[in-house]
Structures are given as C-alpha cells and as structure tokens.
Write a protein that binds this ligand. Sequence first.
Ligand code: CA2
Length: 145
Amino acid sequence: MEILIIHGPNLNLLGRREPEVYGSLSLSEINAIITAEAEQLNFTVECRQSNHEGIIIDWLQDSAAENFSGIIINPAAFTHTSVAIRDAIAAIDLPVIEVHLSNISGREDFRHKSLTAAVCRGTISGFGATSYLVALTAFKHLPTI
Ligand code: CA2
C-alpha cells in the first residue's frame, strides 16, 4: 500500500524560521521520520511539496491513476483559502487525511476555519511531525476498526 504525502506552501522553509510554532525539524528530516514509520507499518510513502495550488490539484487528481491507496495532506495556508483544493479532494475516491503541525484551533481566528477538513476522512492537528505519524497509524487501522 503506497501513501502519497503532500506538503503545501512554505513547508519547505521548516526548520529555518518560526521553530517555536512549527518545530526545529527540516522538511527533509520530517520526510525521513515519515518514511521510517511507514516502513514499520508496511506502507511505502512518496513525499512531495509544492508552493503552487494547481500542482497540488494535479497530484490529487492523478493519485488514483498513480496507484496510491491514500493521501496525507498538509495544505498549509491553502487550508484556509482554497475552494479549488477542497473540490479536488471531494472529487477523488481515495481517503485523504488532513494534518497540521500546529494546533490550528488555538491560533489566530483565520486559521480556525479549514475549507478542506470537511471533505477529508479526518484531521490531525497540533502534534508537530507526529501528526503525520498519527495519520499513518489511522490508515493502518482504518480498514479494520
Ligand atoms: O500547522 C500547520 O501545519 C499549518 O498547516 C502550517 C501553515 C499554516 O498556514 C497553517 O495555518 C497551519 C504554514 C506553513 C508555513 O511553514 C513555515 C515554516 C517555517 C517558516 C515559515 C513558514
């Protein structure tokens, strides 16, 4: 089972700024942690990052044809703005889990609303890089529990 991991805009900057909000790990380090956990769970993962809404939409649309079984997405700021990404998630049949490093409910008001959450299977927010690992575990147990 292969899971597609999509990191949204500015997450390529992780580790360099705002470590008090997003932690001190770089995106490469987070991807390594995700990949190691996936191996433990007998998944494979492909990790991608884009700053461009249309590229993320193309990845979502192509995900089934690329033989992914599920998607973990951190839409980053697009969480709060993108009807287009919401529509793309709603249009595909694969289960999608939304993750956030920070607890978006405890931050500025404009981050409280996720346009994408309602069309995802569920959301995990506030656990740093561990949010991605919880999402992998959710995929592991989704079919059985
Ligand atoms: O907590 C999260 O994972 C977010 O998706 C991160 C987004 C933010 O807009 C969401 O509200 C919550 C921001 C990602 C930008 O990451 C940066 C990392 C380092 C320096 C600057 C930005």
